[in-house]
Design a protein around this ligand. Sequence first.
Ligand SMILES: [Mg+2]
Length: 142
Amino acid sequence: MTDKNIIILHVEDDEVDAMVMQRALKKTDLKYTYHHAKNGIEALEMLRGTEGRTKISPRPSVILLDLNMPQMNGHEFLKELRSDSELKPISVYVMSTSSDDRDRLEAFGQNVAGYIVKPLTLESYVEAINTLNKFWQLTELP
Ligand SMILES: [Mg+2]
């Protein structure tokens, strides 16, 4: 069985977290294409190909979403994504430092596929991605 290529859009304002994710992805057995947006606005522009940005095509298989971000945070981004008929099927996994009940409930209210409290080390990122990948290989993606 050939592994599916997973097209990832990582929405994360923290450069260090984005770098750790990129380093972690390289250490997994995942076949992937990686795109990075610094906040919700930039992510929507990349998904839609607006404001002179190249549209991500084919559409990402999964979005890994931080919640606390300037300009447009993760919750605002989710509302916008879910009200867009073309973008709303995309699977979103929240990756946040917040384990706050309100954040979790609000995110699941927007039908996120999972909510992961940000791992602290590179190794735990690798483990998290490998675990998600096992699931992504098993299931059909939108
Ligand atoms: Mg952040």
